[in-house]
Design a protein around this ligand. Sequence first.
Ligand code: COA
Length: 265
Amino acid sequence: MFARLKEDIGCVFERDPAARTAFEVVTTYPGLHAVMMHRLAHRLWLRDFKWLARLLSNVARLFTGIEIHPGAVIGRRFFIDHGMGVVIGETAVIGDDCTLYHGVTLGGTTWQKGKRHPTLGRDVVVGAGAKVLGPIEIGDGARIGSNAVVVKSVPAGATAVGVPGRIIEPARDATAQRRADTARRIGFDAYGATRDAPDPVANAINSMLDHIHHMDGRMEVMSRALEQHGIMHHFEHDSDLDSMAIEEAAHPDLPQSDSLKKSRA
Ligand SMILES: CC(C)(COP(=O)(O)OP(=O)(O)OC[C@H]1O[C@@H](n2cnc3c(N)ncnc32)[C@H](O)[C@@H]1OP(=O)(O)O)[C@@H](O)C(=O)NCCC(=O)NCCS
């Protein structure tokens, strides 16, 4: 449970540049409080303490302004930024690493029982005020623009905006998706830096990302071989690397990150 809590706190730092300390996050982020209480309410729901689960979810709503039905299935590292006005329905399913902003509704369009709320894949971002309605699927890595009303499924990696939601950016191809994954893992902003563009800096970054991906693969093979021979334990990717300082190097007048200051001290 504490490992999950640590993950939930960690993902706040990854996705909200305003977050300063773990204490501040634990005490002042309603999105985190709502998710923590939902995890408890969901357990009660699964153990058939349905009324207690709904009571707890209502208490969470009272304190946070975020309404998550205890039946909703929510993956790891889920982050609701700001939070007020978020509604997540009973049969909604949310994959790992998803982010919602305030005013988002994952709602239904029918009064029939059964699956009536959306299913979000992994790493989906839903912008402030967006409504995602019906038993539709939002694919891995998809983005929903602020105030969009999405009533049809969105493919993986695509971006949907507007009312009704329309796809403005098609799904990434496998190479672009791999670069985005590598960029996110090492702390680059995958929105700007990894798009295919006729920009020499972006091309250089893309080459570096490909190179890192290739080296990761080789390290993985070597680590498994060493583990098989009892020389060392297998290691996992470290996703907690400080973000790169490429912007600061390009703009010396900008304030420097703590990590850069430390490395130069
Ligand atoms: C507007 C609404 C009543 C329409 O329901 P419907 O008659 O079953 O409509 P359909 O799903 O058949 O869609 C018909 C068309 O309207 C569009 N559409 C559906 N809902 C829309 C909405 N909210 N805004 C804009 N367009 C909408 C669909 O894209 C579709 O367009 P198309 O014909 O070009 O493909 C319903 O989609 C809706 O928004 N209900 C509110 C649900 C809600 O608020 N839930 C919250 C629960 S917490």
